[in-house]
Design a protein around this ligand. Structure first.
Ligand SMILES: [Zn+2]
Length: 254
């Protein structure tokens, strides 16, 4: 399932000579073999990605971006208004709604220590990370392990209930989607799901499992989803706001 990515309208006729001054912190341009058209996508909390067909000239891209500069700024501003946690400092606690658990986080300043996160029932201690970036990365790695330990059995239980069994499960850290299902039957799940309520996580897992049978979002697909997750379409909409529940320190690492 995709995040509420907003795609700019493709209208080359608007290519005015607007200067695109980069007051946007996170701006990426990506060449794609598969893209047939130029597109601008804005991912929460304001990451701008311009996807460019392989052979397109840079000048054409520039004029397209310039033509959409106002749209890009407004969309980014709208997204950052919706994000309540702009902080990037490493956290003093981590709450994982999916598991209904919370840990306090402390940082051991000993510079000699090996990089690791020690975990007890209610506390984490980060060793060997001397700056904020290293601390965030250590916690991201911990989250990755936590997500795997949580998602694999959860998918296993739902596979039994639904009869839909993936071949493999990947854990990803990304801002563009909650999950996906590839044609070789691999589920990719975003570790940010750990910050969502259990019923939303369950819904998302069912959504992706149903893609094992229907690789599309056809009415048939939704009927299958509703069979295992009643009210699935509403849960789908609620998950769109899930990006606002991801802490700022984590967003900066995605
Ligand atoms: Zn889907």
């Amino acid at each position: 399932m995709k995040a509420p990515t907003i795609t700019a309208p493709l209208d080359m006729r608007q290519s005015a000579l607007l200067e695109f001054s980069a007051d946007i912190a996170n701006f990426k341009i990506r060449r794609s073999d598969r893209a047939r058209y130029l597109s601008i996508q804005v991912h929460p909390p304001g990451v701008v990605e311009v996807v460019v067909p392989r052979r397109m000239a840079v000048r054409e891209v520039e004029s397209f971006v310039n033509a959409h500069a106002n749209w890009i700024r407004e969309t980014c501003a709208g997204m950052s208004r919706r994000h309540l946690d702009p902080g990037t400092e490493p956290p003093s606690k981590i709450s994982l709604s999916a598991m209904d658990r919370e840990w306090s986080v402390s940082y051991n300043p000993n510079p000699q220590a090996r990089l690791r996160v020690a975990e007890s029932n209610t506390a984490l201690e980060v060793f060997g990370a001397s700056d904020d970036a290293a601390r965030r990365r250590a916690l991201l790695n911990w989250l990755r392990r936590k997500a795997r330990a949580f998602m694999v059995p959860a998918v296993g239980a739902l596979a039994l209930q639904t009869g839909l069994r993936p071949r493999a499960i990947q854990i990803r850290a990304q801002r563009s989607r909650w999950g996906s299902c590839s044609s070789n039957k691999t589920l990719s799940l975003n570790l940010c799901l750990l910050f969502q309520e259990p019923e939303l996580v369950r819904y998302l897992l069912i959504h992706e499992l149903c893609h094992l049978r229907q690789m599309n979002h056809s009415p048939r697909f939704w009927t299958l989803v509703e069979q295992f997750s009643p009210g699935g379409r509403l849960l789908d909409q609620r998950l769109n706001d899930g990006w606002t529940r991801i802490p700022g320190w984590l967003l900066t690492e995605l």
